[in-house]
Design a protein around this ligand. Structure first.
Ligand code: ADP
Length: 612
């Protein structure tokens, strides 16, 4: 039976004849049309083994048959069926859920996996894919599953089986000093690779670029096009060579990995995934012929089982700095200063221009500054900035290289910024007053930390969504995007907390929408806010680089050039590589032909309509 969605909720009865409990699931789409494909809930089932949410088209009996077969592939201990909402208790970054979104913006039990399977090796991944094809089971792979603000480990289609690649497949396969790269499996985190470099006394030769918080996987972050802050901050740009299991279960290696290398010693009889890769696999990205890697990024076309990542040679010297800018409107001047410096690589790394509240939230929750529930006003922001000895905007960067190189670069950067009245330069060695500068000083040299988790606690029971549009690095674009976002935040009753992360020619404007995850009204406000911002941004020609599960379709719709020609291409490739539509259906708005895209849209909630 195909995993089609043409039945009503009541038609997705499980083996015991029970049906979806609809009160905690969005039931109407934007146009008020009833969603025809609510997942089946089996809460009332007498069968304790039945999952909380069955995948579409499954009965409890068919599901059990699948699970029995899956247990034979990966062993029983590597299969956990989510039979009860009480299992969804893992809510913290340091103890992440593998089955639901810890930062849920719709009800926690909506985006939920029916079971978590943890393959032991590549062969298991291949066999699971073959089994999923046989049963037409939707499967959602992840490496670690933290992915905070973008949906965590949760699947787009409720009831999918989650594939926890990181649990057992977590080896650092190679760190190559001469070539300055690593080859890793999905479970290798930024912390793991950094600690490996430290333990093996390699930090004086190589650094790993790390994102704000270091507990995520290198593979997950790179394939989702996450960023860090050294000169190697664009992780997708710095990946080199992949090994991928296709939806059919077939194994491929991309780039130079497709070329066998008789010079690398190995025993006969190894499985293809065990054969050492070509010695240029992690050195040259493109290989020969069409460049395949792009279709495995933010995609549902393959499961990445190995990936190369370039490491940064220790630059031989390093200096982090902070430049504080006193006024809100200094954002404009700062961006005009930043653009040419970044293009010329005087700014060598991915620097960030952070709003005062982002830094304030790292140092304390909202209550520690104000008793107000509504967004803080300009005077209050100024008072916080004064208290923390920061500006309304705070620019964090670093210079890299031997001292004479650093001195020249720093003097150019400093002179440029000092044209802004009231701007101040601060070095981490000169003060202990700036905790964020101390953290950034580590992050900007590839030392991972968890310090930046703190800003999520701005609100009680803090959870967050990221709204992350791309913009030109210009004062006008920055100010327009900032004022638009700030205005909408105010309407939603949410403080603007954001940062501009400066890429090579564009900036990611990362807006951290923090809400109380246990307060439905606040959650709905956050949901309204991000939906409205996506729409506002599209009306200005801005699109987001990445998003949460609930927003994927909305954003995919905005990339609509020539009657959504790009989506049609993506769907054509999807249907060709995954004819049964089993791998992460709906990810990034790409639905296989056996799913009805419109029916699967996540609807606006009632309060959203009221707010509008
Ligand atoms: P993190 O490592 O930050 O915890 P995840 O492991 O949750 O992030 O990965 C984020 C997303 O990236 C997943 O939801 C999935 O869509 C994709 N992804 C992660 N790892 C893989 C992989 N090995 N193969 C294919 N897609 C992956």
């Amino acid at each position: 039976m195909p995993a089609t969605l043409n039945g009503g909720a009541t038609e997705h009865a499980n083996g015991n004849g029970t049906h979806a409990t609809e009160n905690d699931i969005p039931t109407k789409n934007f146009s008020g049309k009833k969603i025809p494909n609510l997942p089946t809930r089996t809460k009332e089932s007498k069968d304790p083994r039945a999952p909380l949410t069955l995948p579409p088209g499954f009965t409890a009996d068919k599901y059990e048959e699948f699970i029995t077969a899956a247990q034979q592939i990966v062993e029983e201990k590597n299969v956990t069926v989510i039979t009860d909402a009480a299992q969804l208790i893992h809510e913290h970054y340091t103890d992440p859920s593998k089955a639901h979104d810890m930062h849920n913006v719709v009800e926690k039990t909506y985006f939920v996996a029916s079971a978590v399977l943890s393959p032991r090796d590549v062969k298991d991944v291949q066999e699971i894919m073959r089994l999923c094809n046989e049963f037409e089971m939707p499967v959602w792979p992840f490496s670690i599953g933290r992915n905070t603000g973008y949906g965590g480990a949760a699947p787009r289609v409720p009831g999918s089986v989650a594939l926890d690649l990181g649990k057992n497949m977590n080896r650092i396969l190679e760190v190559n000093v001469e070539g300055a790269f690593a080859l890793v499996e999905p479970g290798v985190t930024f912390f793991d690779l950094h600690e490996y470099l430290v333990k093996n006394n390699l930090r004086d030769q190589l650094w790993v670029d790390v994102p704000d918080v270091g507990g995520g996987s290198i593979i997950g972050n790179a394939v989702e096009r996450g960023v860090g802050y050294t000169p190697y901050g664009d992780h997708w740009m710095m990946h080199c060579g992949m090994e991928v299991v296709l939806p059919s279960g077939e194994l491929i290696r991309t780039g130079m990995g497709a070329l066998p290398d008789p010079s690398r010693p190995h025993a006969d009889g190894l499985r293809p995934d065990q054969v050492p890769g070509n010695r240029a696999w992690q050195l040259f990205n493109y290989g020969f012929g069409p460049y395949n890697d792009g279709i495995f990024s933010q995609s549902n076309l393959g499961i990445v089982t190995k990936m190369g990542i370039w490491l940064m040679p220790n630059p031989g010297g390093y200096q982090a700095y902070l430049i504080t800018l006193p006024r809100d409107e200094d954002l404009h001047t700062a961006l005009e200063i930043i653009r040419p410096l970044r293009l010329q690589m005087v700014l060598q790394n991915v620097p960030t221009l952070r709003h005062i509240l982002l830094d304030a939230a790292v140092s304390g929750n909202k209550k520690s500054y104000s008793d107000k529930d509504e967004p803080l006003n300009d005077e209050e922001l100024d008072a916080i900035a004064k208290k923390l000895k920061l500006g309304r905007w705070n620019f964090y960067g670093a210079v890299y290289g031997p001292e004479p190189v650093r001195n020249v670069l720093w003097s150019v950067i400093k002179d440029a910024f000092m044209k802004i009245p009231g701007a101040k330069c601060i070095l981490p060695e000169e003060t202990q007053d700036h905790p964020v500068l101390q953290t950034r000083s580590g992050t900007l040299q590839g030392i991972p930390s968890l310090d930046e988790l703190a800003w999520v606690n701005w609100m009680p029971n803090g959870a967050h969504l990221f709204f992350s549009p791309i913009a030109k690095i210009t004062g006008d674009d920055g100010m327009l995007q900032y004022s638009m976002t700030k205005r909408r935040c105010k309407e939603a009753g949410i403080d603007f907390i954001g940062t501009f992360t400066i890429g090579m020619r564009e900036m990611h404007h990362i807006v951290c929408i923090v809400f109380d995850r246990y307060n439905k009204e606040k959650r709905d406000r956050a949901h309204w806010l991000i939906r409205t911002l996506i729409q506002d941004a599209a009306e200005n020609g801005w699109g987001e680089y990445r998003t949460h599960l609930a927003l994927m379709d909305q954003i995919a719709d905005t990339y609509s050039f020539n009657d959504n020609a790009q989506r049609k291409l993506n769907e054509t490739i999807k249907n060709a590589l995954d004819p049964k539509g089993i791998l992460a259906p709906g990810k990034n708005g790409v639905w296989p032909s056996n799913y009805d895209r419109d029916a699967w849209r996540i609807p606006a909630r009632t309060l959203i309509d009221r707010l509008m």
